[in-house]
Design a binder for this molecule. Structure first.
Ligand SMILES: [Zn+2]
Length: 340
């Protein structure tokens, strides 16, 4: 099986995002408008012409699917507003998974808000996992959208959420949302900053001593981390910390959303095969065709196939085995959905 661990519903019906635009425009405290009316046929159309077409063209069997990351925009509303928005977004993902049970398993958006304890996310995570069969969450390390006003991911501030993740046995993908800081382009800088910063936070903390089974996926190939692996190894050594595999590779994993061959080869050379999960972040992170190859930049399977030293067993780990291990509820959910 080929499992893509990182896909977003970027093609959701327009009424969905329109609801959020109105909610944000109405400002905090305004009563939420009625839920948008979106038919199953509308959902089917957006998936069949979008994600499913790409899955089929690339031989991908299953996508771990979450709401559009840029639209989480936790900085655009307060915790109450974001809770209503997360509920709508997650329910829409659940509908996609019910309509296409063999192709999509859900991951939820959390109702984070700047300055608000992540304890407020526990109920929505539990609801999505226990009622919707979701297998993880997207955790925004910077709900302020580019100003980093909340404590680092390793602070006790986040522990109530981690306790629930451990109890439910679900990982988080560390995933920022849009940027409202003009210094940081969202997908070109803020995303990669978030990935890189989260890794360094993990490196300098006792988090995994406190939560030995807590797991994070750092997307976009781990940001700058694999390229600078020597720096991180050296920093850890200077701080008297154990080698990185011992320090955090039981808890931290990287996806393959790297959109060229040399970058993918660097990832696969530096990061152990057991810590790499196949992903493409379709549709829409990068939309074009690479004129040097004639293939879409985000057709990441081609790069994995072309890494000369990976064995069939290595690829099986990257495509399937690691996803089933990190997303511990995934195998049972795939069986449940196949039987539905
Ligand atoms: Zn993403």
């Amino acid at each position: 099986m080929i499992i893509d661990c990182h896909g977003h519903y970027t093609t959701s019906p327009p009424a969905h995002e329109e609801w959020r635009r109105r909610q944000v425009a109405a400002g905090p405290g305004a009563p939420p408008g009625p839920a948008p009316r979106i038919s199953d046929d509308e959902i089917r159309d957006t998936i069949i012409g979008g994600q499913l077409r790409v899955q089929n063209a690339r031989g991908v069997d299953m996508t771990i699917f979450s709401p559009r990351a840029a639209s989480m925009a936790h900085h655009d509303a307060d915790a109450v507003g974001n809770a209503a928005w997360a509920d709508l977004c997650n329910t829409l993902i659940h509908r996609v998974c019910r309509l296409f049970p063999r192709n999509f398993v859900g991951v939820c958006q959390l109702p984070q808000a700047p300055g608000v304890s992540p304890a407020n996310c526990v109920a929505e995570l539990e609801r999505c996992v226990t009622e919707y069969g979701f297998v993880g969450c997207n955790l925004n390390p910077d709900p302020s959208g580019g100003y980093w006003t909340d404590p680092p991911l390793t602070d006790r501030w986040w522990y109530p959420l981690y306790e629930k993740m451990v109890e439910l046995n679900v990982p988080a993908m560390v995933h920022v949302s849009s940027s409202c800081n003009p210094n940081f382009h969202a997908t070109g800088a803020h995303y990669i900053n978030g990935d890189t910063s989260a890794f360094m936070q993990f490196l300098t903390s006792d988090l995994f001593r406190d939560f030995p089974t807590l797991k994070f996926v750092i997307p976009h190939g781990g940001g700058a981390v694999p390229y600078h692996w020597g720096r991180y190894r050296g920093l850890a050594q200077d701080m008297g910390l154990p080698p990185l595999p011992e320090l955090l590779l039981g808890n931290v994993f990287f996806d393959t959303c790297v959109y060229h061959q040399p970058g993918t080869e660097l990832l696969a050379r530096v990061i152990p095969v057991d810590n790499i999960l196949f992903a493409s972040e379709t549709l829409g992170a990068v939309r074009g065709v690479d004129p040097e190859t004639g293939h879409p930049f985000d057709d990441t399977r081609r790069y994995i196939e072309a890494v000369p030293w990976l064995t069939a067993s290595d690829r099986q780990q990257i495509y399937e085995g690691n996803a089933r291990r990190v997303y511990a509820r995934l195998s049972a959910q795939i069986e449940r959905q196949a039987a539905a």
